[in-house]
Structure formats: C-alpha cells, structure tokens
Design a protein around this ligand. Structure first.
Ligand code: SF4
Length: 261
C-alpha cells in the first residue's frame, strides 16, 4: 500500500529545524495510519525515489531561507504537494540554538495545518483557537496607543481574548526595533523584526500602520482603532471579535479592519 502522506524536513541544526523535526515526529505519532516521515537524503537513490513517488501526497519543510530541501528535490525531480520555508512563513530569523516551547508549538501548528489540509481533516482544537485569540496592542506607556506607526511602539501589550473576556497576559518590549533604529518605515526588515517580536500573536492593533501593512497582513489580522486609550481599544476589539475571527480565517488574503469606538 502506498503511503498516504510523506513528510520531509531538512532537519536543520537551528531552532526552526529542531522544532520542525519534533513537529513531524508528533504528527506521525498522531496520524500513524496516514502519515510517515520520509527520508530526505534518500531522494538521491533512484529506487528509493521511485518508492517515495508512489506515496499519494508529499510535503516538504525547509527550516531556513537556504532551502536545501527544495534545491535537492528540484535536482532529483521529486514533486511535492505543499512546501513550507519556516523562517519566511513565521517571519523569524534563523537562530542557531534549540527552540523555545512557544516556537515548537507554533511550528507544530503551522505544519499540522498543512498536513490536515492534505489529509482533508480539521483539527479538533481549531475551533478552540478561533475562540481564543492573542491580540497585541502597540503602546509606549501602557495607557495609550502609540502615536506613530504601530511597528514603532516601545511595547506590545498582549491580551488573551476568550469567552468574551480580554485579559492582559504579557508585555513584550519591541527589542528588535530598539536594537536597530536605522531601520526605516516600510523596510521589509522592519516588518520581519515586528513579526518576530509578535510570535504566536493573531492580531495587531494600533492607531496607525505604515507602508509595511501588506507584509504584516500576511501574518496578523491588522486593526486600526481610532482612539487614544488602550482601554478603549481593548473594548473596541471586544465588541468586534467576530470580525477579527473572520479576518483571521481568511488567511493571507485578509484586509485590515478599521474600528471607531
Ligand atoms: S534549509 Fe537551512 S536549516 Fe535546513 S538544512 Fe539547509 S541550511 Fe540547514
């Protein structure tokens, strides 16, 4: 019997590479009758490649922009049904270290989403994710939204919205921005820096967005709130959760939302 879905990953020696390896093992364990990890180096062996090609579907995950896996399968002629390059997908830089638990979870969810799509399944907890969103607000002082573009905020206050409640769970310093103030508005590196500070966040809220809005929209629901205070902005989000969930479910094709409390 051919395998239903083979998962290949580059097993790179970096945070996203290790997280991808763990995610693939977990997904194999969870879908033992349908999913199997494929041996990526084996694609250079002709008879192994023939066996691999008999699988119904294949997905390849590269852990960084060097894209070794993509180059290898192109050279050897192995087609795949889905391809993910994790640093671009998650908006993070390659880090030569072990992954944090948050990153492991994020990589797992990213790969699981594609695996489930290929298997024609919905994750049992995808409904729960829709009801519980992490939403970041750009602020310089913890009381008001910052006046400049949201990516220039000193802090991101992260709230968890669930069961119609919003609670502050984390204050993240916009460290990447502070560390490189030469980065200008609209610079793709700035969008990447903002995305990396906001790992795991579903939506970003601010008074203004800059020219990086299209890039940020690929990662987050982006919400402009025409108000000064953080408390008013939290309330506006609270009153418009269905719009935010709808935008989240649209994925990369979403448009930004403007709220006037
Ligand atoms: S794609 Fe990046 S992480 Fe993966 S093997 Fe190549 S260099 Fe390493």
């Amino acid at each position: 019997m051919p395998y239903k879905l083979l998962i290949f990953t580059c097993y790179g020696g970096c945070a996203t590479g290790v997280a991808a390896s763990k995610a693939c093992i977990r997904l194999w364990e969870e879908n033992v009758d349908e999913v199997k990890i494929g041996c990526l180096p084996a694609v250079i062996v002709p008879w192994k490649l023939n066996e691999i090609k008999k699988s119904e579907k294949r997905i390849l995950i590269d852990a960084c922009g060097v894209r070794c896996g993509a180059k290898l399968i192109k050279r050897e002629g192995m087609p795949v049904d889905r391809y993910i390059e994790l640093t671009s997908e998650l908006g993070v830089r390659k880090a030569k270290q072990l992954p944090s638990e948050d990153l492991e979870e994020e990589v797992y969810k990213t790969v699981r989403k594609e695996v489930n799509a290929l298997l024609g399944k919905t994750s049992p907890d995808e409904d729960i994710e829709e009801k519980e969103l992490l939403i970041a607000f750009g602020t310089d002082d913890g009381k008001n939204l910052n006046d400049d573009h949201v990516g220039m905020a000193k802090y991101f206050y992260v709230y968890r919205f669930s069961d119609n409640k919003g609670e502050l769970i984390e204050q993240r310093e916009n460290v990447k921005f502070k560390g490189d103030e030469s980065i200008g508005h609209g610079d793709p590196e700035k969008a990447k820096a903002t995305s990396s500070v906001l790992q795991g966040v579903d939506a970003l809220v601010g008074k203004k967005f800059g020219p990086n809005l299209p890039r940020l929209l690929k990662k987050f629901v982006c919400v402009v709130v025409r108000t000064d205070t953080l408390s008013n902005a939290v309330e506006a989000i609270h009153n418009n959760m269905s719009r935010i969930v709808e935008a989240k479910n649209k994925g990369q094709d979403r448009k930004h939302i403007v709220l006037r409390p």
